[in-house]
Design a protein around this ligand. Structure first.
Ligand SMILES: *Cc1c(COP(=O)(O)O)cnc(C)c1O
Length: 218
């Protein structure tokens, strides 16, 4: 499965984030041994424990809801945070990254799904964040793009509409706030059930768990 997905993604120049949440370190190692280096986790404690237990050249992407008071536990090593949804959170990431002498790559998470349970900002909220003097003063975060989760549905038209919406948000922010900057380039969208559509709509990072690891026992 890994090889097949990788080939599909390579053809589209997209990155595979292997979502290893709830999987034991041995399962992560199985993919690691097949060459996978980018893994995604959605819980701070779990990611920190796996970072400790597993090879240090793994790039850990945080994809879950992140509480401000927990940023400090992942700031020393996290490669990318996909789930920034407020100025306050970004400020804390900047502060903790500074303490570690790092620059942390972050994505802004948008609410694109019909379901109200999913986290994320609206375009006006993001515009306000990116225009703020607080954001402009930050030196230890790099805002590299956007992330979104589509509705859990098999309705292809709806999925496509939601991915198109995120791609439009990406383009709007790029032209309004990052014109001429090569750093703003990531469109993190697509999971096991919907990633082929996400790729067609321009995804540069897909976050796949179930297809690689099998069903999660929760
Ligand atoms: C769990 C999770 C995924 C992966 O979901 P699968 O359906 O198992 O591929 C992707 N993104 C986020 C934010 C997740 O929490």
């Amino acid at each position: 499965m890994l090889k097949q997905i990788k080939e599909e993604l390579q053809a589209r120049n997209a990155l595979l984030v292997a979502v290893s949440k709830t999987q034991p370190p041995e399962r992560v190692m199985q993919l690691y041994e097949q060459g996978q280096r980018v893994f995604g986790e959605n819980k701070v404690q779990e990611m920190a424990a796996k970072h400790e237990a597993l090879p240090s050249d793994i790039l850990w992407h945080f994809i879950g809801h992140l509480q401000t008071n927990k940023v400090k536990y992942i700031a020393p090593f996290v490669a990318c945070i996909h789930s920034v949804d407020s100025l306050r959170l970004l400020q804390e990431i900047d502060r903790q990254a500074a303490r570690c002498h790092r620059v942390i790559t972050c994505l802004l998470q948008f609410h694109i799904a019909g379901e109200s349970t999913k986290f994320g900002m609206t375009l006006p909220e993001a515009a306000e964040l990116l225009s703020s003097p607080e954001f402009k003063a930050m030196q230890h975060v790099k805002v590299a793009g956007v992330m979104g989760m589509a509705t859990f549905t098999e309705d292809e038209a709806q999925l496509r509409r939601e991915f198109k919406q995120l791609a439009a948000i990406f383009r709007q922010l790029k032209s309004d706030f990052f014109a001429g900057s090569p750093d703003f380039k990531e469109l993190s969208m697509g999971m096991s059930g919907d990633y082929p559509i996400a790729l067609e709509e321009g995804s540069t990072m897909v976050r796949i768990g179930t297809l690689l690891f099998g069903d999660r026992k929760l």
